[in-house]
Design a protein. Structure first.
Length: 406
């Protein structure tokens, strides 16, 4: 069982849904997990520590100090002990405290000391859940790398119908099992990802570039990092941010700078995903001053080839290293992608077409076909780029493929 022997800290807050925490505790223990419960003072108004201790087989922690004898509960030790922390139910108040680092109780202090992944299962009335401040705090935590198990719809404690019910314990356990089954399949792997456009300067204020936003590359970086990989993200100019602590961002501007960074880092990598839209050409001469129009009707710009990052990595690729490329095509898509995969020595190539609405530059969605050197082909419907990133990683690295190849 994927939860066998796992150390799980279960945080319980002051919500009527705390009764579900008893069921959740029992299910986790049945799956073989060791469960340490940390409950807020408000949480004890809804379910007793005696009940939770009986189910978990461990004393329930609520306060910093044990009354009377001066012993204290170490939130630092809990942060080191745990393989995972889940707060279920998570009230609006606790979500707000976690999002803003307000450590005024044992639960939030434990969260701030946690080195393991953290999950939240919100529970509150529908108006509280959809309030702009609650949603802002949830998104802030999501951006910090916290996994959100979204609230379900149904009858609430107020007897109103809407979104705000804590997800059912059985579904929460299934989510955690799936996380441990696939969530760390890239543990200790090193993956280099290129993202975004490159800018090739003409003069101090003009450049040759393209419409790439970097969204696909950043989504891939977040997906690989969330599954345990150490990620080097080499990105051209992009307004996006990388939130996962496993991502080291390297900012570059030109194709030459990306080439140098890629060749420097690739020898230490287990894999590389080359999703950047790298300019094929750059100006032969770059003016140090702004070029004036000066009444000229024509302006001729001489271009020279940029170094081919993918081809260069393909030449130095060692046995066991895996490379994935991208092909954005407008005609003869599959033929051109297969040709590119052969020329660049890719193991996989991700094909997307500008002929597909919602795919390509600037969109939050993408529609891809993944082709492999062994002739396999898998096509996917239009999805968010986060979902596409999961499909790519599952296809290329899933089921231990990267581990087996190395």
């Amino acid at each position: 069982m994927s939860l066998q022997g796992k150390h799980i800290v279960l945080g319980i807050t002051g919500s009527i849904a705390a009764y579900k925490s008893a069921i959740l505790t029992r299910l986790l223990v049945k799956k073989g997990a060791e469960v340490q419960i940390v409950i807020t003072s408000a949480g004890k108004e809804f379910i007793t520590p005696v009940t939770l201790s009986a189910l978990s087989g461990r004393p329930v922690i609520s306060e910093f100090f044990t009354s009377g004898d001066g012993t204290w509960h170490s939130h630092v030790d809990l942060g080191l002990w745990a393989d995972l922390m889940i707060v279920a139910p998570a009230t609006a108040a606790t979500i707000g405290k976690m999002a803003n680092g307000i450590a005024d109780n044992m639960l939030v202090t434990t969260y701030l000391s946690m080195k393991a992944p953290v999950f939240l299962a919100p529970a509150m009335d529908l108006d509280m859940y959809r309030h702009i401040s609650t949603q802002r705090n949830i998104e802030k935590l999501r951006g910090d790398g916290i996994y959100i198990i979204d609230a379900a719809e149904g009858e609430l404690a107020s007897h109103l119908e809407g979104k705000g019910r804590m997800e059912e314990p059985e579904n929460i356990v299934a989510t955690l099992e799936q996380f441990f089954a696939t969530g760390h399949d890239l543990e200790k792997k090193k993956i280099m990802i290129t993202a975004g456009p490159t800018y090739e300067r003409i003069d101090p204020v003009r450049f040759i570039g393209n419409f790439s936003s970097g969204k696909m590359g950043f989504a891939l970086a977040e997906e690989c990092a969330s599954r345990g990989a150490e990620v080097i993200l080499i990105t051209g100019p992009s307004a996006l941010s990388a939130s996962h602590p496993n991502i080291v961002r390297v900012n570059v501007e030109s194709a030459a700078e990306m080439y140098d960074a890629a060749l420097q880092n690739f020898p230490q990598m287990d894999a590389a995903i080359l999703s950047a839209a790298v300019a094929d050409y750059r100006p032969e001469q770059k003016s140090e001053e702004k070029i004036k129009r000066s009444g000229k009707e024509k302006f001729t710009l001489s271009l020279i080839s940029n170094p081919d990052i993918a081809a260069s990595l393909g030449k130095i690729k060692e046995p066991g290293q895996l490379t994935i490329g991208f092909a954005l095509e407008t005609n003869d898509e599959e033929h051109n992608a297969m040709k590119k995969m052969e020329e660049k020595n890719f193991d996989y190539i991700v094909l997307n077409s500008l002929n597909d609405p919602g795919a390509g530059f600037g969109h939050d969605t993408n529609k891809v076909t993944i082709l492999s050197r062994n002739g396999e082909k898998q096509s996917f419907a239009l999805k968010s780029k986060d979902e596409v990133a999961k499909d790519i990683v599952d296809n290329a690295f899933g089921n231990g493929k990267l581990t087996m190849d190395n």
